[in-house]
Every structure is written in C-alpha cells, then in structure tokens.
Ligand binder design. Structure first.
Ligand SMILES: *[C@@H]1O[C@H](CO)[C@@H](O)[C@H](O)[C@H]1NC(C)=O
Ligand SMILES: *[C@@H]1O[C@H](CO)[C@@H](O)[C@H](O)[C@H]1NC(C)=O
Ligand SMILES: *[C@@H]1O[C@H](CO)[C@@H](O)[C@H](O)[C@H]1NC(C)=O
Length: 390
C-alpha cells in the first residue's frame, strides 16, 4: 500500500522525473525525513492530554492506570495516538496549553479538550457535556500562545527554555482529530440523520477556516485524522435508539457510522481544496475510521476480546452507564466505593470507558497509520512535511 505512489510526483527531487517507475525508491532514498521540532494539536478527547482536566477538574482514577500509574489528563488507561506520534519524533508527550503551571512548551502544545466540537455549541458543559473550547476557541488560544510565547522568550533565559522559537511555528507538525462530537451533538438533540447531515457543510467551512488561519501564521505541515466509527461506541449504542436492521455484523449502529463516513467524504474533499488554496502546505488526510472499524469488527483476529464492551464502567450490556461512568464512586455506610472500575486486563480490550479507546487499542491504531497505509497521499508520518503534487 505504501508503495502505490506512481501517481505522485516528488517535487523536492529531480530523481523522481528520471526514474518515475521507482517512485517508492525515490521517496525512500532521496526525500529526507521530517524533523519536526514541535507538535501543535487540535481536537477532542481522542487527543486531549490534559486540557479539559486543567479547566474543569481532573479525569479521575482509574484513568491513566496502565502507563502513567495515576490520572494524566487523558480519558484512557494510558497513552493516546497523539502520544505515540510525539514519541516517534523524540518529542515529549504534549502538555495541554491550559496547563499553565510549570509547563515546558518547547516541544509544542495541545489545544484539544474532551468534548470539543468544530462548531461552538449553544449549551454549557454541564447541560450537554460538550466543551466550550470548540475549534475556533482552540485557534484563539493558539494565536495567543504564538504571540505571547515570543514576548516571553524576550524576557530571558528561563522563558527561552520553556517556549518555542519563532521558526518552530513553521517547522512544526499541526495535528487534528475533531468532528465526532459535532455528529453526536445533533443526535443527542434528537435530530434525524438528514438533519445531522445538513449541517456537515457548516462544519467543513469552519474547519477549513481554521486550517487557513494556521497556514497564515506560518503552519505548513498538517496531519488530519478523519472521524471514527462512532456507531460502534457504547455511549452511542446505549443512548440512541436503533432497530435490529440497523445493526451490522460487528454489532455497530449503521446510521451513525454512515453519517461519520459522510462527514469523512466531505472532509477529504475539503482537504483536496485546501491543497489547492494553500500552495506551500503539506496536508495528509488519515483514514482512522477504517483502522478503528477493522479493529472493532475483527477484534479476535487482532488479539482483542469483547470489542463493544467498556473495560471501565458499571453494568449493562456494554458495561456502560452514562450516569455512573469510569471512575465514579458511591457512598455506602459512610464509605466511598469505586463502582466505575477497570476490567482486569485492559491490554486485550479496545474500548476503555464507553467513549474512548484503551492504550492497547491506541497503540494498535498508531502502528497502522504511522507508515502511511491509511493516508492520502500515502506517505508515512515521518514524511508529513513534504508536499506532493497529484
Ligand atoms: C447556535 O445558535 C446560533 C444562532 O441561533 C446558530 O447560528 C448556530 O448554528 C447554533 N449552533 C449550533 C451548534 O447549533
Ligand atoms: C524543555 O524541554 C526541552 C525539550 O524537551 C529541553 O531540551 C529543555 O531543557 C526543557 N527546559 C527546561 C527548563 O526544563
Ligand atoms: C429527545 O427525546 C427523548 C425521548 O423522547 C426525550 O426524553 C429527550 O428529552 C429529548 N431530548 C431533547 C434534547 O429534546
């Protein structure tokens, strides 16, 4: 798959013109690997490494138990795909921009928060569960960070060691994983699939505007995840009504997965348009949907069990109760008892808490996308700074 590059022309090298029948060879030997000095991430809980926790209270234990051995701002037992991406470049795991105390941002910053949407919602976090830090707010934060980090650097040594240099902003990798919550937001307001589809163009416009704004601030390398099969997740299966005919062989709800795929098709078109509009940008679209769906639908083949059941949760068909989530406690005889408990072995489970993936699943997903097999253009993560014509 990674070698199906015949329709790509490597702009950065003349050799591609000389031996067009060996584009893979050319890519492997003449295009330098990218050295990203930093990552700036935008998104929702799929890539939140502490944003929501910093502003609205820490994710409770047993989140973080597998890798960090304590809560670490992530809705998972361990690391997220973005952590494996950062690690692959030798960068520290990203700190949330909102982690204002003692944070070293030289390797980048994370603007994602759990519950974030592309479009601002008209409800509060406590009303609906959606974060007020929507993608436009994440961009305001990034803009502020860009300006103020440079002002801080001029103040002296300590700040120079904690803030990125100006040139880092054009050399960094900009990563995105957002959209899932925009889709569920409509359904949770009892909208029909047609009503949800009807606002997808608005999502695309707003998403596209943010990519352009970052480009105008110097951003050049963009790595964009599409949205996953939300119809396979317990929090959707448990809450939204579907008929038996709407359940596929994997046990997932087809209407919600179809709307996710509709969103992804539009996103792919937007990315193609952005490549035309932003002549110096290298934009990679990554089909995370297919990776996650194949993991869930062929779990045992990949070494996992109970693909639709939460590891951490409390009761029901999916071990998921939205009023008693992972980490929740009850008081009995004056004592606090943890009822949202982890399963025994999260390393063989896919779904962590009914909404998010386990570290084992995240690692599996990362391993599939890192080599470019699911990317358009089909280039590996380490080449994501190179622009290809098609
Ligand atoms: C919020 O309300 C405004 C004004 O009515 C509307 O334009 C916007 O689409 C709404 N946003 C969402 C996510 O429903
Ligand atoms: C900040 O992180 C960078 C890269 O990880 C490191 O080189 C630098 O020493 C750190 N600065 C401080 C003050 O710890
Ligand atoms: C959606 O419909 C359900 C069932 O009829 C109802 O209980 C719920 O209040 C509705 N939600 C909204 C946001 O209208």
């Amino acid at each position: 798959m990674a070698c199906c590059l015949s329709r790509l022309v490597v702009l950065t090298t003349l050799l591609a013109v000389i031996i067009p029948s060996f584009p893979c060879l050319v890519l492997a030997f003449t295009t330098a690997q990218c050295e990203f000095p930093a990552i700036f991430n935008f998104g929702d809980s799929n890539s939140d490494t502490g944003g929501l926790s910093a502003a609205f209270g820490q994710a409770p234990p047993p989140n973080g138990e597998t890798y960090f051995h304590a809560p670490a701002g992530r809705y998972s037992d361990g690391r997220l795909v973005i952590d494996f991406i950062a690690g692959s470049f030798g960068l520290p795991y990203l700190s949330a921009y909102l982690d204002s105390v003692g944070t070293n941002f030289t390797g980048g910053a994370n603007f994602a928060t759990a519950g974030s949407t592309i479009r601002p919602q008209n409800t509060t976090l406590s009303q609906s569960g959606y974060s007020p830090i929507s993608l436009n707010v994440q961009f305001y934060e990034f803009n502020d960070f860009h300006q103020r980090s440079q002002v801080a650097r001029r103040k002296g040594v300590v700040w120079q060691e904690l803030m990125p240099k100006e040139d880092v902003f054009s050399r960094a990798l900009y990563t995105f994983d957002i959209g899932q919550n925009d889709l569920t937001a409509g359904y949770f307001l009892n909208m029909s699939t047609d009503q949800v589809k009807a606002y997808v163009p608005d999502l695309m416009n707003q998403f596209s505007t943010i990519i352009k704004n970052i480009y105008w601030q110097g951003g050049r390398s963009f790595w964009i995840h599409n949205t996953g099969p939300v119809g396979c997740l317990p929090y959707v299966l448990d809450r939204l009504l579907i008929t038996a005919a709407q359940v596929d062989r994997a046990g997932c709800a087809t209407p919600f997965n179809e709307v996710a795929q509709y969103f992804n098709q539009r996103l792919k078109e937007v990315v193609a348009q952005l490549r035309k509009d932003l002549p110096l940008a290298a934009i990679t679209y990554v089909d995370v949907y297919s990776v996650k769906y194949s993991l869930i639908s062929q779990a045992s083949k990949h070494g996992f069990v109970l693909p639709l059941v939460s590891c951490c949760g409390h009761g029901g068909k999916y071990n998921f109760n939205r009023h008693m989530g992972c980490g929740s406690k009850i008081t009995r005889d004056g004592k606090q008892i943890l009822v949202g408990k982890s399963c025994k072995d999260p390393s063989v489970r896919i779904i962590w808490d009914g909404v998010h993936y386990t570290e084992a699943a995240n690692k599996w997903i990362y391993d599939r996308i890192v080599d470019g097999s699911y990317s358009d253009p089909p280039i590996p993560l380490k080449m994501a700074c190179h622009r290809f014509a098609n």
